[in-house]
Design a protein around this ligand. Structure first.
Ligand SMILES: NC(=O)c1ccc[n+]([C@@H]2O[C@H](COP(=O)([O-])OP(=O)(O)OC[C@H]3O[C@@H](n4cnc5c(N)ncnc54)[C@H](OP(=O)(O)O)[C@@H]3O)[C@@H](O)[C@H]2O)c1
Length: 249
């Protein structure tokens, strides 16, 4: 697939994580004007930067000059989110694509065992973060009458399995957030969708579930391809949707 992101600024939140780093690397292959990657921990940033350098060495033979910028930001802090978005706009003029990969999992407890802190953490990481970044990016996308937003929910947002109530409820909330925003911004030619992965084949999942059959798990590279497609004009017919990505699981 060939996509035209040449004049575009791409924002990848959580872009140093297991899935986020594959998304950042894949975008780089399409030589956008700029990729802005947010991160929380310095060590993850260092690893991710190395991965991107390797991609540039192998793929960017025409030396497209894509600007890669890492910005540390806590997506749960509204002032930081607003500052992040305004800085990008000041520097690059526009945010064309937001892929919001930030999120996290907590499970294993019955609902009457979950503490309020554990509940709030899931709502914050998976829902509040998506609300805040969407809110501040959309302001500029609406002015520009263009934008592509992709969030990462989970299959648990569609069907819970038990002992995952906080996680499932937060990811279900994200699906409705996407649904609602689509209705609000469709006149502005903005696409917003989310994907619903099952277990992703990441190092941390392999460590947590050593006896599992890894071959059935969807690879982050395959999800990255879908996310990039959903960020492109080729998928403009898809809007407000929650796309299941269970692969062969
Ligand atoms: N892994 C799975 O099996 C699976 C399955 C279904 C859905 N998902 C969803 O897929 C997405 C990516 O998962 P992943 O496995 O790639 O997770 P990951 O490796 O833990 O990546 C998550 C990213 O979010 C960042 N982050 C967390 N809290 C943040 C905050 N408050 N502000 C800013 N950034 C923050 C992390 O930064 P630091 O690393 O610097 O802390 C990290 O870069 C998540 O939304 C997850 O819920 C994952």
């Amino acid at each position: 697939m060939d996509y035209d992101f040449k004049d575009q600024t791409i924002l990848v939140t959580g872009g140093t994580g297991a899935l986020g780093s594959k998304v950042s690397e894949l975008f780089l292959k399409y030589s956008p004007k700029a990729i802005v990657i947010t991160y929380k921990s310095e060590s993850e940033k260092v690893k991710s930067e190395k991965g991107l350098r390797d991609v540039i060495d192998v793929h960017d033979t025409n030396n497209s000059g894509t600007i890669i910028e890492f910005i540390q930001a806590n997506l749960l802090d509204e002032d930081e989110v607003q500052g992040l978005v305004e800085n990008i706009i000041k520097k690059f003029g526009q945010i064309h694509v937001l892929t919001n990969i930030v999120g996290g999992y907590f499970g294993g407890k019955l609902v009457d065992e979950i503490t309020l802190g554990e509940w709030d953490r899931m709502m914050d990481m998976n829902l509040k973060s998506a609300f805040l970044i969407s809110k501040h990016v959309l302001k500029f996308m609406k002015t520009n009458q263009f934008g592509k937003i992709v969030h990462v929910s989970s299959v648990a947002g569609d069907k819970a399995t038990g002992r995952d109530s906080a996680y499932a409820a937060s990811k279900a909330g994200l699906i409705r957030l996407v649904d609602s925003i689509k209705e609000e911004v469709k006149e502005s030619k903005i696409n917003i969708n989310c994907i619903l992965p099952t277990i992703i084949d990441t190092d941390s999942n392999r460590l947590a579930m050593p006896a599992a059959n890894f071959s059935n798990w969807v690879k982050p590279e395959d999800l990255a391809r879908l996310i990039v497609f959903l960020s492109s004009e080729d998928s403009k017919a898809i809007n407000g949707d929650a796309i299941k990505t269970s692969g062969y699981a």
